[in-house]
Design a protein around this ligand. Structure first.
Ligand code: SF4
Length: 312
């Protein structure tokens, strides 16, 4: 006998836990009118800088039923990357904790496909697509709609139970499921630690990021030369930045992940400044061949090190 919607949804959440996800929520696939309007305004202000890919597929981004034909549900999962050990605060060159291990895209996609196989054992074949930061989908909005957290003043999804050091993934599918209708309240309150701590003032208002000033954008996405007034504030970061998450009080609830793929090489954590400065292309390829740092590439990392050295 086929399980009820409620039963199937409960079993899917259990499967996601077995796959190692921190949390899982479900929402009905439908157009996001209000959020699409906010995104349009944000793009019109050119806050996305050189990330012109964000302008593409606007219709699909605003509506998952256009992204995956026939879809009825968006299943959202969180995958923890909060590390047990970090580069010391004294490290002259730092990379964001999300980039310590193997690139998360492949890790999460594999887990989502494995989960989909287990779901199909219950439901029979169903249509789905698995995404993590790999398709035009408003990931944090879907996580919020699924009751997994709220979008904080730092623009990250924040979970009351887990903080914000996690990746977000989705299975957009044609299964009819029980939706988690309860959106989480915003618990930022009067706090503004992230706005005050951002070294470049990229959080221009609560919940509004001018990505052109964000250190993650400057050290990863920007292809042109870094403006000098911002370059002088990026040190010690050479790939991404964790400042607005590190200061967030909700991250006192973050617990270290148990994902072997995200474990950093000891050599990386202990890498002295001189090793970063003299990093050859061969060493870069050896150390980071499966890492998110490949997105930026050797030249960009090299340039970021040069900038951080000049300003630290
Ligand atoms: S630091 Fe404070 S204001 Fe910023 S996201 Fe966290 S709780 Fe919200």
């Amino acid at each position: 006998m086929n399980p009820s919607r409620q039963e199937l949804s409960t079993r899917i959440k259990k499967i996601m836990k077995e796959e190692g996800f921190l949390d899982c929520g479900i929402a009905r696939a439908a157009p996001l009118r209000k959020e699409a309007a906010s995104l349009r305004q944000w793009l019109e202000k050119a806050y996305h800088g050189e990330m012109t890919y964000m302008e593409n597929h606007f219709g699909k981004r605003a509506d998952p039923t256009r992204l995956v034909e026939g879809s009825r549900s968006v299943i959202t999962v969180l995958h923890n990357y909060y590390p047990q050990k970090r580069q010391g605060k004294e490290s002259r060159y730092r990379i964001s904790t999300y980039a310590y291990g193997k690139d998360y895209h492949a890790v999460i996609r594999e887990k989502l496909h494995s989960a989909a196989k287990k779901i199909a054992e219950i439901t029979g074949n169903f249509r789905y697509r698995a995404f993590t930061d790999s398709a035009p989908i408003m990931d944090k909005v879907w996580a919020r709609k699924s009751g997994l957290g709220w979008i904080g003043k730092n623009t990250c999804l924040i979970s009351k139970k887990h903080g914000s050091f996690f990746f977000i993934g989705h299975l957009v599918c044609d299964l009819e499921l029980e939706n988690d209708r309860e959106e989480t309240k915003n618990y930022c309150g009067t706090c503004r630690k992230c706005l005050d701590a951002c070294p470049t003032g990229a959080l221009i208002k609560p919940g509004i990021l001018d990505a052109r000033k964000c250190i993650s954008y400057l050290t990863i996405e920007l292809k042109n030369e870094m403006p000098e007034d911002l370059a002088e504030k990026t040190a010690p970061w050479i790939f991404g930045c964790d400042v607005c998450q590190d200061v967030c009080p909700w991250n006192r609830f973050a617990k270290p992940h148990k994902e072997n793929y995200y474990l950093p090489a000891e050599a990386l954590l202990a890498m002295p400044a001189s090793a970063w400065e003299n990093l050859s292309r061969t060493d870069f390829n050896r150390l980071f061949h499966q890492s998110p740092l490949l997105r930026a590439g050797y030249e960009k990392i090299h340039e970021n090190i040069r900038i951080a050295k000049r300003h630290s």
